[in-house]
Design a protein. Sequence first.
Length: 241
Amino acid sequence: MTEAGPSSQGEPVVLDCEGMTTREIGEAVWEAVRAGAGRARLENPGGRHSLGVGLPPGFELVIAGSAGYYAGGLGDGSTVVVEGNAGWGAAESQRSGTVVIAGNAGNAVAASIRSGLVVVKGHASTRAGVGMKGGALVIAGDAGPMAGFMMQKGTIVIVGHAGPGVADSMYEGTIYVGGEVGELGADAVVHELEPADHRALVELLATADVETATGRFRKLVSGRKLWNFQTSERTIWKAAL
């Protein structure tokens, strides 16, 4: 059932998702967009998949509960807030905008994002930030194995612990870890933080509304041995593959 609320940037349009299919919910959200609404709120989302996908610049969607797979994916300047947990692939291929997950995130959160900000206030599962091509992912808790796998560009901040394989086969990009670091992934190296890193961390964590001390972070970058194949480094390539 759809409850039509005020439009524009005032009070959000409220959609009661009880008994609705994912397609019906998506159509109702886009009806609000076309009507000129700037905000919408999904009540009783029931963990449905593909909520808030491909929303336009400036639109804000609040999912009042947990979401299933691919919440907030393909964002093009929108803001999607999940007040519970999110399943696999949240914010996947985000072009720009913001996705905030109040709880935990499943596998591959922020996969292949190009710009914008993704924030996980809880923990993130395996391969967080896989294939990122830009933007920033901030995880207030721990990250599972293989965070930042094959990362191209961008920044990942893990305030808690990072599981094994972190930064595996990473090309460009930077990962900051505040807690313990598991076994490093192939071609990942630890660098000392410079003053510019501290400033960038303070700014990013403030934007993400995540509080923590920045003095204990470690910086992970690519050792660049996988950038070009060399016979002398074949053991590293074998491990990566």
